[in-house]
Design a protein around this ligand. Structure first.
Ligand SMILES: O=P(O)(O)OC[C@H]1O[C@H](O[C@H]2O[C@H](CO)[C@@H](O)[C@H](O)[C@H]2O)[C@H](O)[C@@H](O)[C@@H]1O
Length: 307
C-alpha cells in the first residue's frame, strides 16, 4: 500500500524491503525470467542497484501504513471510497489459484469497511469467481482487470453508516459494463488452444478469467519455463489483437484495448456520481503491477482536480 507524496527531500520512515518475488528488471527479455527474478540470486552490484532505486522511489511513494496519521488527517471532511485488489491483498498467495481463499476475519473487515464507505473490488479474476471468493453483497465487483464491471447503473451516494445497495436497472437486473465484449469469441478460442498446448507442461495451469486468460507457472519446473513461454507466444502470434502482461508467476493474455484497473476506478467514481467532487478521498489497496494502473489513474484524477 503506498501513499503519494511530494515533500521533496524530507526523510520518510522506510518500510522493510520485501518485494523479493517480483522486482522489475526492464532488461530481462522474457516474461517468465522477469517475474521469477529473485534478489538473492542477483549479483551484489545488481542487488545494490535495485535496492538503491527502490530506496529513492520509496521517498516519493512511502508506505501509507507508516503515514497513517497523515492519511487520517487528509481524510477529515472527505468522502472515502475504497478500492481493493483480491489476490495477494485480501487473500494470501498460494500455489493453487482455485484455493486462494479469504479468511473469515478478512471478510468481516471488508464487510465493515463496505458498511461505511462505497467499496469496490477490482480483480484480474473473472467477476463471478472473485465474488464467489469474497461472498459479500454490500460492495461492487470488477473482474478481468476492470473489463467486467458491476457498478451502480445510476449515481448512488453513501449515507453515513448505512449499507449501500447494488443499483438495478429498470427490469430489476444488475447491469455489467463490459468494454471488451467483442473479443469474447477470440478469448474462448485462445483459452481452448492454450489448454491443449500447455497440457504437456507439468504444473502449468490455464485459468479462465472471463475477458482475459491467465497461464500460471508457479508450479512449473524452471527447466520448462522457456517451452511454456514459447507456447503462449506462439498462440498469441495468431491473435495480434491480444497482448501479454505479467503478474506474480503468471502470464496474462488480454485484449489490447486501453482499459485497465485505472479506467475501472474512474468508471466507478463516475457511476457513483463522485468523479467531479473535490471532497473525495479514494483509497486503493493492491499488491501487483496491474494495481499500478489504478495508482496512475489516481494521479490523473487528482491532477484534474487541481486544474
Ligand atoms: O488482480 P488480482 O485479483 O490480484 O488477480 C491477479 C491474478 O491473481 C491470481 O494469481 C495470483 O494468485 C494465485 C493464488 O494465490 C497464485 O497462485 C498466482 O501465482 C498469482 O499470480 C489469479 O489466479 C490470476 O488469474 C489473476 O490474474
Amino acid at each position: 500500500m503506498g501513499f503519494q507524496t511530494s515533500h521533496g527531500s524530507k526523510r520518510i520512515p522506510q518500510p522493510i524491503f520485501k518485494a523479493k518475488e517480483d522486482p522489475i528488471d526492464a532488461n530481462a527479455n522474457s516474461f517468465i525470467q522477469r517475474s521469477t527474478l529473485n534478489l538473492i540470486d542477483q549479483t551484489q552490484t545488481n542487488t545494490k542497484f535495485i535496492l538503491s532505486s527502490y530506496d529513492s522511489w520509496v521517498v516519493t511513494h512511502p508506505s501509507a501504513l507508516n503515514l497513517f496519521e497523515r492519511l487520517m488527517k487528509a481524510a477529515i471532511g472527505k468522502r472515502i471510497i475504497v478500492f481493493l485488489d483480491y489476490d495477494g491483498t485480501l487473500s494470501p498467495i498460494v500455489n493453487d489459484p482455485d484455493c486462494a481463499f479469504m479468511s473469515d476475519e478478512m471478510r468481516a473487515v471488508v464487510n465493515e469497511v463496505a458498511t461505511y464507505f462505497p467499496t469496490a473490488i477490482i480483480s484480474g479474476r473473472s467477476r463471478n469467481k472473485v465474488k464467489d471468493f469474497v461472498k459479500l453483497n454490500n460492495l461492487y465487483y470488477a473482474g478481468s482487470h476492470g473489463m467486467d464491471i458491476m457498478a451502480p447503473s445510476m449515481p448512488v451516494r453513501s449515507s453515513k453508516g448505512k449499507h449501500i445497495d447494488i443499483a438495478l436497472n429498470t427490469n430489476g437486473t444488475e447491469v455489467p459494463f463490459q468494454p471488451a465484449k467483442k473479443f469474447l469469441p477470440a478469448i474462448r478460442e485462445i483459452l481452448r488452444i492454450l489448454k491443449n498446448e500447455v497440457m504437456g507442461i507439468k504444473g502449468a495451469m490455464v485459468e479462465d478469467n472471463g475477458f482475459c486468460v491467465s497461464v500460471h507457472f508457479r508450479q512449473v519446473q524452471e527447466k520448462d519455463y522457456g517451452a511454456l513461454e514459447e507456447k503462449v507466444k506462439s498462440v498469441l502470434e495468431n491473435h495480434p489483437e491480444f497482448c501479454l502482461t505479467e503478474g506474480k508467476k503468471v502470464m496474462e493474455i488480454r485484449p489490447s484495448i486501453k482499459w485497465n484497473k485505472g479506467n475501472a476506478v474512474q468508471y466507478f467514481l463516475d457511476t457513483l456520481g463522485l468523479s467531479s467532487c473535490n471532497d473525495i478521498l479514494p483509497v486503493y489497496i493492491g499488491d501487483d503491477r496491474t494495481d499500478e494502473d489504478a495508482f496512475k489513474g489516481f494521479c490523473e484524477i487528482s491532477a484534474g482536480h487541481t486544474e
